[in-house]
Design a protein around this ligand. Structure first.
Ligand SMILES: C[S@@+](CC[C@H](N)C(=O)[O-])C[C@H]1O[C@@H](n2cnc3c(N)ncnc32)[C@H](O)[C@@H]1O
Length: 283
């Protein structure tokens, strides 16, 4: 089978996908260990038997709906690639807004930050990489997710990040860098689960294959946002920042719960699509 034949065979098998040709090119390039440009330049090259086998396997999985990121085992975030598997949420481009806002609102002096529900480590790793002088505590309740985050920290050779397991603030009760359980943070950041369990999007596209505990929260998706907002207050230094990603229709509810919890200076920021995506507040 030649490259051009493999691509046209694949495109017709991926008719459920929104971008069959692109998916086919990405999977074939991955199976061959080449770039997509290589496929365009050399359409008449024959695939070896093992390349063909690998490609047809990937194609079959994609036709069943498996996300491209899980099939490749990686996803681009910020300015690096993260290893991902089905134990972690596939990092979304809109989550980079949390990284941008943290860089904008904190100076470059030594700071202690936490990323609650770190998943693959996306947010904490981007911040640890951008600001070697900051110390990051990245937490998750999922041991399997923390394994992925650890691998990513090692791949990026970052040592200003500490991983801790526990439910929201439980994990902030003290770790190897804290002298006691009273450590206070300059900023706490989180992209928690915020989708309502009846949301139709849960049965569509990539989301079907992502861990449910990374996506779904009780109380119309607000339960974890509420828990974090109330629990972290005592973990923040005076005037320190809490930054939460939320659904684009949840901004008003999140502002209200931050106000009720006693935060000041509450502001919502829009993502590149113009949707209210991140709400910030100060203790
Ligand atoms: C929406 S994902 C975000 C992952 C990553 N921060 C990102 O932005 O790509 C939410 C994460 O919160 C974690 N999580 C869910 N419930 C939790 C809890 N009670 N305590 C700590 N982490 C939790 C999930 O395991 C998941 O990794």
């Amino acid at each position: 089978m030649q490259i051009q034949q493999a691509l046209s065979h694949a495109s017709s098998h991926l008719n459920q996908s929104e971008s069959p040709r692109l998916d086919a090119e990405i999977l074939l390039a991955h199976a061959l260990g080449k770039s997509r440009e290589f496929l365009v330049t050399w359409p008449e090259i024959d695939l070896s038997e093992s390349e063909q086998h690998t490609f047809l396997h990937l194609l079959g999985q994609r036709a069943l709906g498996q996300p491209i990121a899980y099939l490749l085992g990686k996803k681009a975030f910020w300015d690096f690639d993260l290893t991902v598997n089905s134990d972690v949420l596939i990092p979304r481009p809109e989550t980079e807004l949390l990284v941008e806002l943290a860089l904008e609102h904190l100076d470059t002096s030594k700071h202690l930050l936490a990323d609650l529900g770190t998943g693959s480590g996306a947010i904490a790793l981007a911040l640890a990489k951008e600001r070697p002088e900051w110390q990051l505590v990245a937490t998750d309740s999922s041991e399997a997710a923390l394994k992925v985050a650890k691998l990513n920290a090692e791949n990026l050779r970052l040592d200003n990040i500490e991983l801790r397991q526990g439910s929201w603030c439980e994990a902030l009760k003290g770790g190897k860098n804290s002298e006691n359980s009273n450590e206070k943070y300059d900023a706490i950041i989180s992209n928690p689960p915020y989708i309502d369990k009846t949301d139709v999007h849960l049965s569509q596209g990539d989301v079907r294959f992502e861990p449910v505990q990374a996506l779904v929260a009780e109380e119309q998706g607000l339960a974890d946002l509420r828990q974090i907002a109330t629990q972290v207050l005592e973990k923040l230094k005076p005037d320190a920042i809490l930054m939460l990603e939320h659904g684009y229709q949840q901004a008003e509810a999140v502002r209200q719960l931050l106000e009720q919890s006693g935060y000041n200076d509450i502001q919502t920021h829009k993502d590149l699509a113009g949707l209210e995506r991140v709400t910030m507040a100060r203790r």
